[in-house]
Structures are given as structure tokens and as C-alpha cells.
Design a protein around this ligand. Structure first.
Ligand SMILES: Nc1ncnc2c1ncn2[C@@H]1O[C@H](COP(=O)(O)OP(=O)(O)O)[C@@H](O)[C@H]1O
Ligand SMILES: [Mg+2]
Length: 265
């Protein structure tokens, strides 16, 4: 069954049509990268998936069922986007992501469960290069470090569908390459379905199994708000999960290298 189905989806704000006629079937474990001009509705699309916005027309189905109108606890387990809390330390921000998932109804973790969660959070923070900053607060971090903290939060325990809005934008090229390896590995290990917006087309090709291009196909110069963007290209890429790969490529993934170059085949 298709994990996410989008059927003739439209979103308007007042008389501004932002998205129109979106149709998409995404299977479990696909890694969709999303590109498109600034302001064309990419973030709006993620907000619709998250339930933070409601569509004006059309259907959004998860495993064939309409999404619940309100983003409730079950919805959060499926779709999640994290944000960094300023009053929590770096370590507590990542621990919170684990607590929200593991004991949504009990609240905090205790005893050995908490120790294990702590170890996992510290290991993830080490992977994003923040192990020296566990007790600092977000305001004490650089922009790039805050972004890496947000990445650690989303990847420490990914939900079934992970939504990432330009997660690597403010990072230096070297760190960005490290984050690419990290997200590919987490994706390969967990089987999470990913929607990731990027403004970097080459990043979209490199990371995704599928590249979605959002653009306007209809323009009315007299009424620029009359038409919205839609998915103009849906390009399958050759990036695969390790178990789909020939053994020598699987070994490269195991060694934390991206499995192969993307192509538009
Ligand atoms: N809450 C809102 N109310 C009114 N207009 C909005 C709202 N959110 C987004 N928009 C408009 O929708 C358009 C698409 O925005 P957005 O989804 O953020 O684009 P992108 O992420 O592709 O840059 C923009 O013109 C923006 O001004
Ligand atoms: Mg955006």
C-alpha cells in the first residue's frame, strides 16, 4: 500500500492559490527531495502533510485513510517536525525528542530507560559534532550548530514520515557532506519515508530516491495570484536502500558513504 497519497490537492490563502492539482503516490521508505522557486509553496506542502495547515480541496491519505483533521498524538508518531526549545540544553532538546516518542502518555523517562535514552542522545549529538556542547543552550550556539541540533532531534528517533524543510541550508560544505552521509544512513537503517525540501538541486539528486519539482505551469500577468504551483517533474533517481544494492555498493553504505551517484534514468 502506498504510504502517502495526494489526490488533486489545492491550497489557497484568501484569493491566492498557492498549490493546485497536486497528485502523488509515495510508498513506504521513499526519500522524496523537493525543489522549486522560493515562495512556490514547498513549505506549505509540508505543513499540509503535518496537519499544521488544511487543504482547500482534494485529499491527503495515509495508508489509504484520510489524515485526522487535528494533529493528535498518533499523527505525531507518523509525521513529526521538531523544533529547538530555547530553555532546554542541547542534550535535553534531543532527550525530549526521545521522550515524546517513547512515552507520550507517561511523560518523562525514568531509571534505565532514561539512561539508555541519554546514551543514545549523546551518540547522536556526537554524530552531528555537538558532543562538546551538551550543556549549552541554543542561544549560545552558532546558526550552523543550532541547525545541527535540529537535525539530531529529528534523526534520533525518526517517525514513519520525516519532514525536513531545508535542513542543511546554513551549513559549511564539509559539515553538509557529513550530514548527507548521516541522513542517508539513518534513512537506510530505519526505513523512514522522507520528504526533504532543498534549494540545492544537486543535493536533491544526491540524496533522494525521487526528485519532485514544484513550479507554476499557468500564469496570468493580470492576476499573479490566480494560479498555484504543482508538481511539474517527478524524477525517479537511482539511489537505493542497501538491501536493493549490489554487495560492493552495500558495503560502501555500511562504511557510511553515499551508495551511488544519482541519475535521471
Ligand atoms: N499562513 C499564510 N497566510 C497567507 N499566505 C501564506 C501563508 N503561508 C504561506 N503563504 C504564502 O504562500 C506562498 C508559498 O509560501 P511557502 O510555502 O512558504 O513557499 P516556499 O516554501 O516554496 O518558499 C507564499 O506566497 C506565501 O506568502
Ligand atoms: Mg519554504
Amino acid at each position: 500500500m502506498s504510504e502517502v497519497s495526494v489526490r488533486n490537492l489545492w491550497k489557497s490563502y484568501g484569493d491566492q492559490v498557492v498549490l493546485e492539482r497536486l497528485n502523488l503516490e509515495v510508498k513506504t521508505g521513499e526519500f522524496c527531495t523537493v525543489v522549486g522557486a522560493s515562495g512556490c509553496g514547498k513549505t506549505t506542502f509540508l505543513k499540509l502533510l503535518l496537519g499544521q495547515e488544511t487543504q482547500s480541496r482534494g485529499q491527503l491519505l495515509l495508508d489509504g485513510q484520510p489524515l485526522p483533521a487535528e494533529p493528535g498524538p498518533e499523527r505525531g508518531i507518523v509525521f513529526q517536525r521538531y523544533s529547538v526549545y530555547p530553555h532546554l540544553t542541547v542534550l535535553d532538546n534531543v532527550l525530549l525528542a526521545l521522550e515524546l516518542h517513547r512515552s507520550r502518555w507517561l511523560g518523562r523517562l525514568f531509571g534505565s530507560a532514561r539512561r539508555r535514552a541519554r546514551e543514545r542522545a549523546i551518540a547522536m549529538l556526537d554524530e552531528v559534532g555537538l558532543s562538546a556542547s551538551l550543556d549549552r543552550y541554543p542561544a549560545e550556539l552558532s546558526g550552523g550548530m543550532q541547525q545541527r541540533l535540529a537535525i539530531a532531534q529529528s534523526l534520533v528517533r525518526p517517525p514513519k514520515v520525516l519532514l525536513l524543510d531545508e535542513p542543511f541550508g546554513a551549513l559549511d560544505p564539509g559539515i553538509r557532506a557529513d550530514m548527507h552521509v548521516l541522513i542517508r544512513r539513518v534513512w537506510a537503517e530505519t526505513g523512514v519515508t522522507v520528504f526533504m525540501i532543498t534549494h540545492d538541486l544537486s543535493e536533491g539528486f544526491k540524496l533522494g530516491t525521487r526528485l519532485l519539482v514544484f513550479d507554476k505551469v499557468r500564469h496570468d500577468p493580470q492576476a499573479p495570484q490566480a494560479y498555484g504551483a504543482t508538481i511539474t517533474y517527478d524524477i525517479p533517481l537511482r539511489n537505493r536502500r542497501p538491501d536493493d544494492l549490489p554487495p560492493e555498493l552495500a558495503a560502501r553504505v555500511a562504511a557510511h558513504e553515499p551508495p551511488c551517484e544519482a541519475s535521471t534514468s
